[in-house]
Design a protein around this ligand. Structure first.
Ligand SMILES: Cc1ncc(C[n+]2csc(CCOP(=O)(O)OP(=O)(O)O)c2C)c(N)n1
Length: 671
């Protein structure tokens, strides 16, 4: 192995050596403890340490790194205390994730390390968001994300690199090519000769280097860091290496031809560098022994502290409370409108008859004025104004840096939104249609939703979801998919039905530092209107609205359902309907639901979403469990047919819940 010390001082060379040796020595110890059952899973990075260590040392300590499961060297080179790391690996309460996450699936903002989720590829786009934040703040910083050779086959790799290239982001993508996925060799993973060649396809620079040569890794990444900052461009680095152990300790290495271990043993990053330093006279036998002893002592002392963790006692209240970050107490200069009384709150000096779409637009516009750190992202949202023209005029008013057209890559944009949030931005993403959330699903469900619970970091992200049918748009532009998200702990799901709520709930969603999915029914955009105050105000998330009082039946609904119920009431003055608009689906307003049950003793749950697994089933179960004594009839659900939503207008009408509303009301009335 050829080393080139360039003009690095002895101190730098030694510093690199110590940082390289530490994760190896920790791992050797952990492998022992693993056999003793003291820790559970372990993903070995033995043989690959030069990449994690070299990359981390080449960056500034306040630049974000998105590591993976084999990157112990990132954590140690960022000087995370081993005792706490050890607590993390044991699943202790005082580890980095309060015992909620395993091995390396955690991050820590103080160390600028973003924790991975198991799915590997999602790390890459988060780095895009962080780099975008640096770009917007005109900071001289990069972000750096890791992937394995296997991970490069994921769509997330493609999306993240493409966005970084298109947006000229200073982000470094590091591929650790160790020849295998879990057991799958690279010959069964991709067809290109070199993964670095992929860079050219995205319009960025790429390079392949020896990942076992610490000086080469360190020096290359230092140089690339400067390039990325100076040129405001991303860079792809393929580091050739080899994994000397199995995918994880239980999986073995039978699939690897033995001669490869012999070959790569010769290329061991630590042994080779050690020999070089001895040869150069930077190290001698004595100093070598002293360093090893020093690290050994450090490890033993830290483990002793690490063992001294309190016994885990589960506290359900704390488990639930940690789903969300609490908003900062100084936040509330904003007026909160909470109309628990029937009808609308007075419109104030604002518009008397604004359309639903105007409410959304108003809320978004005022939020952009209130929060200079709010960035909007979505397909065609800049000059074109978005598919529904909600952001029309925004790019002229706030600039294209803050109102960003995106390539068609929902997953990367949700990831980028999270990255922006890590750097103190607020991000709003417009899904062009709620249906397309499927291709950003993983980032929403597994990253945004679980982040705070997993390692205490919030995701200050709103995703706007133009949803619903009634517009003859067929199965992929009409779905009601709110139940997917209402089922996911850690998200908030809001769904306004009036222009006034549309504005106030959007403002509240943007002010909320947690991830919020904001559903906006497309058929309501221009078909309904109502009062919208000019003021910058919030409608409180988690509070339902009593639309009208009544004695016969309580309809609990949301979105378009509210208007169906109101129309039905108008057309059937002989039936006295109590109508409750949920407004928020996660968390539900159980007090208001209980009141609705109490009011009439007969409950009809109405929603446009399909029946099976819809939110109505959940509420029905809650009522049965908690309000049984208040019921005079079984809870009835009126929902859309359990089919995809059809295109033909007659078929669509037949699909829709409203076509069976009269039937459902009759059934309850006659009970
Ligand atoms: C989306 C997804 N699919 C499959 C897996 C299971 N899995 C975990 S690691 C791994 C291999 C990853 O290979 P590579 O990216 O080359 O990284 P390495 O483990 O070799 O460092 C697989 C298949 C996963 N975690 N996520």
């Amino acid at each position: 192995m050829q080393f080139n010390r360039k003009n690095f001082t002895n101190e730098t060379l030694l510093d690199l050596y110590k940082n390289l040796l530490l994760p190896r020595m920790i791992e050797e110890k952990m492998l022992l403890l693993l056999r003793q059952g003291k820790i559970s899973k372990w993903f070995s990075g033995i043989g690959q340490e030069a990449i994690a260590v070299g990359a981390t040392m080449a960056l500034q300590p306040d630049e974000w790194i998105m590591p993976l499961h084999r990157n112990l060297g990132v954590f140690t080179s960022r000087n995370m205390p081993l005792n706490k790391l050890f607590k993390q690996w044991q699943g202790s309460k005082d580890g980095y994730s309060k015992g909620r996450e395993r091995s390396f699936h955690f991050g820590n903002a103080a160390h600028h390390i973003c924790g991975m989720i198991s799915h590997l590829g999602p790390q890459l786009a988060i780095a895009d968001g962080v780099a975008l934040a640096h770009k917007l703040k005109e900071e001289e910083k990069v972000s750096l994300a890791f992937t394995g050779d296997g991970g490069t086959s994921e769509g997330d790799f493609h999306e993240a690199l493409n966005v970084a290239a298109v947006w000229d982001l200073p982000v470094i993508f590091v591929i650790e090519n160790n020849g295998y996925g879990l057991s799958t060799p690279v010959s069964e993973q991709f067809r290109c000769f070199s993964l670095a060649d992929k860079a050219r396809g995205y319009g960025m620079e790429g390079i392949r280097i020896d990942g076992n040569n610490i000086l080469e890794v360190y020096d290359t990444i230092k140089g690339i860091r400067e390039y990325c900052i100076e040129n405001q461009k991303p860079y792809l680095i393929e580091c050739m290496t080899f994994r000397m152990r199995g995918h994880e300790e239980a999986s073995g290495t039978k699939y690897v031809p033995p001669h490869l271990f012999d070959l790569w043993e010769q290329k061991d990053p630590i042994k080779n560098y050690e020999s070089y330093l001895l040869e150069q006279g930077v190290l001698d036998d004595e100093s070598l022994t002293a360093i090893r002893n020093e690290l050994k002592e450090y490890i033993e002392a830290e483990l002793k502290t690490g063992y001294a963790s309190p016994v885990m006692v589960a506290d359900t209240r704390e488990e639930l409370a940690d789903l969300y970050v609490q908003p900062a107490p100084d936040k509330k200069a904003v007026q909160i409108i909470n109309n628990a009384t029937p009808g609308f709150v007075s419109a104030g000096p604002g518009k008397e008859a604004a359309r639903f779409i105007d409410g959304i637009k108003d809320g978004l516009y005022q939020s952009m004025q209130q929060h200079p750190n709010l960035v909007l992202m979505g397909q065609d949202i800049a000059e074109y104004g978005g598919a529904f023209k909600i952001t029309e005029g925004f790019s002229a008013a706030f600039g294209k840096e803050r109102v960003r057209n995106t390539p068609i890559c929902e997953s990367a944009i949700v990831g980028a939104a999270l990255g922006l949030s890590l750097e103190g931005y607020k991000a709003m993403m417009e899904m062009q249609f709620a249906d397309f959330a499927t291709v950003g699903f993983n980032q929403i469900i597994n990253n945004l939703a679980k982040l705070h619970y997993r390692w205490g970091q919030n995701a200050d992200v709103v995703i706007r979801m133009p949803t619903g049918g009634g517009v003859g748009a067929g199965p992929f532009h009409s779905q009601s998919n709110e139940a997917w998200f209402a089922h996911t702990p850690g998200l908030k799901v809001v769904y306004p039905s009036t222009p006034m709520d549309a504005k106030g709930l959007l403002i509240a969603a943007i002010n909320d530092p947690n991830p919020v999915l904001y559903f906006e029914h497309k058929a309501l955009y221009r078909s309904i209107s109502g009062p919208v105050p000019d003021a910058y105000y919030e409608i409180e998330i988690g509070k339902a609205r009593l639309v009208q009082d009544g004695d016969d039946i309580s309809i609990i609904t949301y979105g378009a359902g509210v208007h169906w119920a109101m129309d039905f009431a108008k057309n059937h003055p002989d039936i006295s309907l109590y109508i409750l608009d949920l407004r928020t689906l996660l968390p539900l307003d159980y007090a208001a639901i209980r009141q609705a049950v109490q009011a009439t003793g007969k409950v009809l749950l109405l929603h446009e979403d399909t029946l099976t697994g819809g939110i109505g089933g959940e509420i029905a179960a809650w009522i049965a469990e908690n309000c049984f004594e208040l019921l005079d009839a079984p809870v009835i659900r009126c929902a859309s047919l359990d089919t995809p939503i059809p295109f033909n207008i007659e078929l669509e009408k037949n699909f829709m819940a409203y076509s069976r509303l009269g039937e459902a009301v009759d059934k309850l009335m006659n009970y």
